[in-house]
Each structure stands twice: as structure tokens, then as C-alpha cells.
Design a protein around this ligand. Structure first.
Ligand SMILES: Nc1ncnc2c1ncn2[C@@H]1O[C@H](COP(=O)(O)OP(=O)(O)OP(=O)(O)O)[C@@H](O)[C@H]1O
Length: 353
């Protein structure tokens, strides 16, 4: 069973509920967002459907105003859809009573925001344990779990420090630790790394991916940054003007953009880091395993594949988990995918460098 499902979800902000219901009918009938705006109605989310599987990082990516935050607020029950359903663990959030919803929100879902409002007069340990305090967890257990979560986030030894003694990146880790300490099944991350400097941001992305290999949380991550989406997302939904215009893996979106809008977005993405050998390989060449040349695995990023390709006089063999050859990547094909056919072997060497 998927952890989280959105089924034909609409959120319309209108002056009166009747306006919103009429607006949904108009949208279902093909009306555009702009037509509704003329009546003072905003269609923030239009017909969003997706499934997030347990342990998956699902990224919702879109520019400002595309509807990401509204969608996220519906996922944790802060906003009710105008139409459609949000199912969490098979349970319809809109069908829950106020107290059931509070229970789900405090025990099963954790939020990590862009600007984590750490309490300045509480130390790092107390800040990390705040979610547990809200749940009424007794102090000794709270401190133990908060300390464990801090250690997971690389903050062992900082428990007694004050927030203003920490860098921005470390403060954001405290925010992440607070979310992890509650042991929630679902983490909702709203532009969580967007306020950080690029290097620290990359560091946090790596840390999240590393944590995820151990914790296997179900995560919905909101971002306006396609590179971040591609790095983090097992699944990505691209939003535009309230609608999900494409859903798929990073590779699907890069290699098969659904429309010109998505294509214009992906043109600046560093394909060599996102795409992996299995996305570009052909069938194995005859005698592919006949020489001792280096090979790559299916998950090798193209940048690393380039480094191998520059040293091998023929197509690079791609091996599966059992070591058998499952495909091959000729250098011309690699260059074509990376997107610069004018500078053959040099370009590969540059990427490898
Ligand atoms: N409470 C509200 N009342 C009326 N309109 C709203 C409300 N909340 C959001 N909107 C509108 O809904 C649309 C989607 O907004 P939303 O904040 O979900 O987008 P976003 O992609 O998260 O943008 P940002 O990254 O800037 O937060 C926008 O046009 C916004 O003005």
C-alpha cells in the first residue's frame, strides 16, 4: 500500500465556498486558471494525483506560485481540498475528526521548514526534542531520542550549545533532527535547504540521501530548484500554474520532457551527474567481456562513465549486480546524451576532470 496518495485534488481559493465548488466544475470542464482569476478566484492546485510509496523521496518542483505550498498544506491536513482526496496510510485525511487529525499530525507527520524557528533560549537538545515535548513524551525519553536524532544529523557534542552558536547549516540540521526525533512515518520538507549557501545546501542534500539509506522514511520534498529535485527525488512531480505537468524519475524528465515548459527547465541541468549508465546503454557488444578493460555498473553517473570511456579504446561495458555484462556505451552515444556533439573526446575528458 502506498503511504500517501492524492486523488484528483483541487484547491480553489474563492470568496465563498459556492464559488470554489463552481470553479472546480469549470476547471473540470476545461476552464483555465486565468479565466477564474478574473472572477477573483484562485485555482492553486488543479487535479493533482500521485502516489508516494513507503521509503520514497517524492519531490514536488515548481516555480513560485505554482501551487507547491498549497499542495503540501493539504498533505498534512492543514488545508482541506476543495475537491478530491488525500489518503495517508489508506486513511482519507478529510474524513478524520479534528482530534484524529491532530493525532496524525503530531505523531505520524513531521514538517521541516525553510527557516527553522529554533527557540533561542533553549539549547540544541531541547530544540531537537521539541516535537516530542508537544507529544507529551517524558523528559528522559525525550532527551535520549533527541540526542540520537542529533547524532544521526552529525551534531553529536553540540547538545548543550545555543542556536546562535551554530551556523545556518547546523541550525537546519537541528530542524531535521527535530523532525526525525518524533519517529514520524512521513516527513514533509518545504524548501528545507533553500536558504542555505550552495555548498552547505549540497552537503545537506548528501546528508539527507545518506540518512535515507538507513532510515527509509517517506519524504515529500518541495523545491523550486530542478537540480535539487533531480539529486533527491526517486519520483518528481513538476508543477506549473497549479497543475502537475509531468511526473516521473529524474531520468524520465531529462530524457523525455513532457512539453516545451519542462524542456526549457531541464536544459540547464547537469546531465552528467543525473543520468546513469543504464539510461544510455545499448545492447552488449559481442565479446564485451573478452578484454580486461574497466567496466561500470548500471548506476554509474555519466560523469564517472566519461572518465572510464576516456581510458577505454571501445564501448564501455556495463555490468549488472551479478557482474555479467548487460549493456555497452559507445563514446559517441555518451557525448550525444551529455549534449555537446561538437567536441567529441575532449568533452568527455573535461567532464571526467
Ligand atoms: N490563502 C490563500 N488565499 C488566496 N490565494 C492563495 C492562498 N494561498 C495561496 N494562494 C494562491 O495560490 C497560488 C499558489 O500558491 P502557493 O503558495 O501554493 O505556490 P508555491 O508554488 O508554493 O509558491 P511559493 O514558492 O512562492 O510559496 C498563488 O497564486 C497564490 O497567490
Amino acid at each position: 500500500m502506498s503511504t500517501l496518495q492524492a486523488e484528483h485534488v483541487y484547491k480553489v481559493f474563492g470568496r465563498r465556498p459556492a464559488d470554489s465548488a463552481a470553479a472546480v466544475r469549470a476547471l473540470e470542464g476545461g476552464a483555465g486558471r486565468e479565466e477564474l482569476r478574473a472572477d477573483g478566484t484562485t485555482a492553486a492546485v488543479i487535479d493533482a494525483s500521485f502516489d508516494v510509496q513507503p521509503g520514497q523521496i517524492f519531490v514536488v518542483m515548481g516555480l513560485s506560485g505554482s501551487g507547491k505550498s498549497t499542495l503540501l498544506r493539504m498533505l498534512n491536513g492543514l488545508l482541506e481540498p476543495t475537491s478530491g482526496r488525500i489518503l495517508f496510510g489508506g486513511q482519507d485525511l478529510t474524513a478524520l475528526s479534528a482530534s484524529e487529525l491532530r493525532h496524525v499530525r503530531s505523531k505520524k507527520i513531521s514538517m521541516v521548514f525553510q527557516h527553522f524557528a529554533l527557540f533561542p533560549h533553549r539549547n540544541v537538545l531541547e530544540n531537537a526534542g521539541y516535537g516530542l515535548e508537544v507529544q507529551g513524551v517524558p523528559r528522559p525519553e525525550r532527551e535520549r531520542r533527541a540526542a540520537e536524532a542529533l547524532a544521526l544529523c552529525g551534531l553529536e557534542g553540540w547538545e548543550k550549545s545555543w542556536p546562535d552558536e551554530l551556523s545556518g547549516g547546523m541550525q537546519q540540521r537541528v530542524g531535521l533532527a527535530r523532525a526525525l526525533a518524533t519517529d514520524a512515518e512521513l516527513l514533509l520538507m518545504d524548501e528545507s535547504f533553500s536558504a542555505l549557501d550552495p555548498l552547505i545546501r549540497r552537503d545537506m542534500q548528501d546528508q539527507l540521501l545518506e540518512l535515507q539509506t538507513r532510515l527509509k522514511k517517506t519524504i515529500v520534498f518541495i523545491t523550486h530548484d530542478l537540480n535539487e529535485a533531480m539529486r533527491l527525488g526517486d519520483g518528481i512531480a513538476v508543477m506549473r500554474d497549479g497543475r502537475i505537468v509531468q511526473q516521473g524519475t529524474a531520468e524520465d524528465i531529462l530524457t523525455r520532457p513532457a512539453d516545451d515548459y519542462v524542456a526549457s527547465f531541464v536544459q540547464d541541468v547537469d546531465r552528467s551527474r543525473v543520468l546513469t549508465a543504464d539510461a544510455v546503454m545499448d545492447d552488449p557488444e559481442p565479446d564485451a567481456d573478452a578484454c580486461d578493460c574497466p567496466t561500470v555498473t548500471a548506476g554509474t553517473p555519466l560523469a564517472d562513465l566519461c572518465a572510464v570511456s576516456a581510458r577505454v579504446p571501445h564501448a564501455v561495458a556495463v555490468t549488472g549486480t551479478d557482474g555479467a555484462v548487460i549493456g555497452s556505451v559507445p563514446q559517441e552515444r555518451l557525448i550525444a546524451f551529455i549534449g555537446d556533439e561538437q567536441r567529441p573526446p575532449m568533452y568527455c575528458a573535461e567532464v571526467a576532470a
